[in-house]
Design a protein around this ligand. Structure first.
Ligand SMILES: Cc1c[n+]2nc(N)[nH]c2nc1OC(C)C
Length: 324
């Protein structure tokens, strides 16, 4: 009788946990073959008892109905753009302006890689993924929910239960280099059936804007969270770094390269550290981002148009694009 439902619940918990360990902790605890076996058992169970296949089931990632066009999504909280710094002096000016406005010294920054992918916004209601959109022009983006569901790094439902009733998480969809190379290896051996991708960034954008989610599902996409949008019905930590820790607890991948640093010197040391390992990273980055860590300080500094006064992107020199 309700044994199938109990077994399905047990399988889902085990699969969700395996996904969390693989994508968020980067510490998988079961081999892929066993993971696939659990998924096949859950798919069989749901085939016999369709009422078990709820939208947040791990088997419901790949829809089979291509859409004719993408609906438009209004970003209630606009997706921001970052000012760019290219020299150490510009970074020192950025920090000095904050020091002078807030009358503090050696402010603490959250320091993060700037991923060369596609900015997106994910909306969760009561802990369930309900909608995802591209950045678009910052005010309006395209509804690519069906495509985002195919990305295993994006949770279909949140872990724990201390998340806000409505939570929007912003981050970057990107294509890891290994996935990009492997895809092009297959494309070159496909006798022209599969077109090679030009570079990981364009590949990520193109993959997310496929009208058929079954095509997106074939693409090796990943995701890192780095900011919030709308938050309703919940208390948030009082700093960006503490908020990133909560996002990890709720099931979102956050780059392990994220750190905190004090003042301009701390930021520039981080830039040098990440720059030194840039070519060895498993994904493309085009710079690093410094964000004042304290949320109260961010609110006090505010914005110039859509650009926060409390954050800046410090870019690397352009990388020679490998032509393929
Ligand atoms: C546009 C953007 C891009 N990035 N990239 C990272 N790592 N953080 C980050 N934050 C951004 O905007 C926030 C300041 C909301």
């Amino acid at each position: 009788r309700n044994k199938p439902a109990a077994r399905a619940a047990q399988l889902r918990a085990r699969i969700d946990d395996a996904n969390y360990r693989y994508h968020v902790l980067d510490d998988p605890d079961i081999p892929d073959a066993e993971y696939d076996k659990l998924m096949r058992e859950l798919e069989a169970l749901e085939a016999e008892h369709p009422e078990l296949a709820t939208p947040d089931s791990p088997t419901q990632r790949v829809g089979n109905a291509p859409s004719s066009a993408f609906a438009t999504v209004l970003h209630e909280i606009p997706m921001l753009s970052l000012a760019n710094a290219f020299t150490d002096g510009e970074v020192e000016d950025f920090v000095r302006r904050i020091v002078e406005r807030l009358e503090i010294d050696a402010p603490l920054f959250s320091v993060e890689p700037k991923f060369d992918g596609l900015a997106i916004s994910l909306r969760y209601e009561d802990g369930v993924f309900v909608r995802g959109a591209t950045r678009g022009d910052g005010a309006r983006g395209e509804d690519v929910t069906a495509n985002l569901r195919t990305i295993k790094a994006i949770p279909l439902k949140l872990r724990g239960n201390d998340w806000p009733a409505v939570l929007e998480v912003r981050g970057e969809v990107y294509m890891p280099r290994a996935g990009f190379e492997a895809y092009n290896e297959k494309a070159r051996a496909s006798d022209g059936k599969i077109k090679p991708l030009v570079n990981p960034r364009n590949a990520a954008a193109g993959s997310l804007r496929q009208l058929d989610p079954r095509i997106t599902a074939q693409r090796p996409l990943a995701f890192y969270a780095y900011a919030l949008g709308v938050v309703e019905g919940g208390k948030l930590p009082d700093s960006h770094s503490a908020m990133l820790k909560k996002l990890r607890e709720w099931g979102f991948p956050v780059s392990p390269l994220v750190d905190t640093a004090r003042g301009a010197a701390g930021c520039l040391a981080y830039y040098a550290r990440i720059g030194a390992q840039r070519d060895a990273l498993p994904f493309d980055i085009d710079g690093v981002v410094y964000k004042l860590d304290d949320f109260a300080g961010q609110r006090e500094l505010g914005f110039v148009g859509r650009t926060p006064r409390w954050a800046i992107a410090h870019k690397f020199p352009a990388q020679e694009q490998q032509t393929r």
